[in-house]
Design a protein around this ligand. Structure first.
Ligand code: GDP
Ligand code: IMO
Ligand code: MG
Length: 421
């Protein structure tokens, strides 16, 4: 049974925790897109881990793969490996395989990311400044470097020199420091050498796992509305975060996929700029005062709001969600009344789906349905029937509005605080 786990909102839905929970019964965990813009939190045996590039499966001594669709920052990955190893999690070449087709995030990508953001002024995307956009842009422009290119350092140097001709012109234009190929290589050399034993052609490995009827999990990064095609463009990331990205990013075909678990919070959050119709400052204050909803990668406070089922319904369709995982239900425990957005009013017209036109987002007036809260703690609940009736009604309403079955419910950040229905 091979399962894609993907986010249905704007990222940070709790994918890391759900992947960790499902990994116990898996053989292989694969990341197929994104980079270290992701921050996946797992709390296991009282210890907190935040994973950026390494699949969350690593905490279970399972084999993990970083696929061709990921953009890989070698220095960032080495830092992550060191911090996991310091926590007693060994990262050996047989446990972490990295596709030699993955594109490499280089120091100038991060500078170009920052330069673009600066020049956008108050229209900035609010990126994680990890160089993700410029690295995917180089891939699409056919001027990127893949890990395989570093097998021949002289060739890598030549490719970087060519790329820098244009990149330096852009940086000069922004009065930013330019790069020399030699310095770029020096900066990444040690990291590349450290990672070299992990680089491989992962295709035979993932295919033999599939053909051997092993269980493969695909760990999505970001969320549906950050998807470059289906998200709130241009306020998106630069990869396909929806389920299709798992296939193109790993080399496993759609016929290998049995199930898609869509992860959504019981409410909505977003980091960075862009539309967010159900945003609500009072709810943000409610979570922030409890130390919740700060970004796992950048530490930025997340914007917060009510659950938006216009988004979830659409996300269920484009991802082919077979099962919903609703996380942080416990986050709503204290609330007296809950609101669910069931439709968008745009210029007096009712819309059931998110608009494509950028200026329509500013005009969205959410149509809300109110539901009673349960005002008791759910964090100790371990079965669906332990949940208060009002919580079960809330979940049932999500199912009605989105057309997907709620199969997992998160009632706390710990591994154990997950209900299987
Ligand atoms: P990801 O990027 O989708 O993996 O999510 P993040 O790790 O960025 O953010 C999710 C946050 O919610 C983390 O701090 C998790 O520890 C926490 N979390 C996940 N599931 C639950 C849950 O069911 N209840 C509570 N209270 N926290 C949760
Ligand atoms: P996980 O996997 C939340 C957001 C950034 C910004 C936009 C583009 O933890 O859910 P980028 O650096 O990718 O070019 O930034 O996307 N973003 C995320 N928001 N969770 C993430 O990952 C994100 N990765 C990128 O905040 O708005
Ligand atoms: Mg996150």
């Amino acid at each position: 049974m091979n399962t894609i786990i993907c986010g249905l909102q704007w990222g940070d839905e709790g994918k890391g925790k759900i992947v960790d929970f499902l990994t116990e019964k898996a053989d292989l965990v694969v990341r197929g897109q994104g980079g270290n813009n992701a921050g996946h939190t797992v709390i296991a045996k009282g210890k907190k881990y935040v994973l950026h590039l390494i699949p969350s499966g690593i905490l279970w001594d399972k084999q993990c793969v970083i696929g061709n669709g990921v953009v890989l920052d070698p220095v960032g990955l080495c830092r992550e490996i060191e911090s996991l190893e310091a926590e007693g999690v060994p990262i050996t070449p047989d446990r972490l395989l990295i596709s030699d087709r993955a594109h490499v995030v280089l120091p100038y990508h991060r500078e170009l990311d920052a330069a673009r953001e600066m020049s956008l002024g108050d229209k900035k995307i609010g990126t994680t400044k990890r160089g993700i956009g410029p690295t995917y842009a180089d891939k699409a422009n056919r001027i990127g470097l893949r890990l395989a290119d570093f097998r021949d350092p002289a060739k890598a140097r030549e490719l970087i020199e060519t790329r820098l001709e244009e990149a330096n012109r852009t940086l000069e234009h922004h009065d930013l420091p330019t790069f020399r190929a030699g310095d770029v290589l020096v900066e990444v050399e040690a990291a590349i050498d450290r990672l070299r034993p992990h680089f491989t052609n992962v295709i035979p490995v993932v295919h033999s796992s599939w053909k051997g009827n092993e269980t493969i999990l695909f760990e999505g990064a970001q969320g549906t509305f950050l998807d470059i095609d289906f998200g709130t463009y241009p306020f998106v990331t630069s990869s396909n975060t929806t389920s299709g990205g798992a296939c193109t990013g790993s080399g496993l075909p759609p016929t290998a996929i049995d199930r898609v678990v869509g992860v959504c919070k019981a409410y909505t959050t977003r980091v960075g700029s862009g539309p967010f119709p159900t945003q609500n400052d009072e709810i943000a204050e409610f979570f922030h005062s409890r130390g919740m909803e700060f970004g796992a990668t950048t530490g930025r406070p997340r914007r917060c709001g009510w659950l938006d089922t216009v988004l979830i319904r659409y996300a269920v369709m484009v991802n082919g969600v077979t099962d919903l995982a609703v996380t942080i239900l416990d986050g709503l425990d204290e609330r007296e009344t809950l609101k669910i957005c069931v439709g968008y009013n745009i210029d007096g017209e009712i819309h059931e789906f998110p608009p494509a036109e950028r200026d329509h987002w500013d005009k969205v007036v959410p149509i809300y349905q109110e539901m009673p809260g349960w005002q008791q703690s759910t964090s100790g609940c371990r079965s669906y029937h332990d949940l208060p009736a009002a919580a079960r009604n809330y979940l049932a309403r999500i199912e009605e509005l989105t057309g997907a079955r709620v199969s997992y419910i998160g009632v706390g950040p710990d591994r154990e605080q997950t209900i299987i229905r």
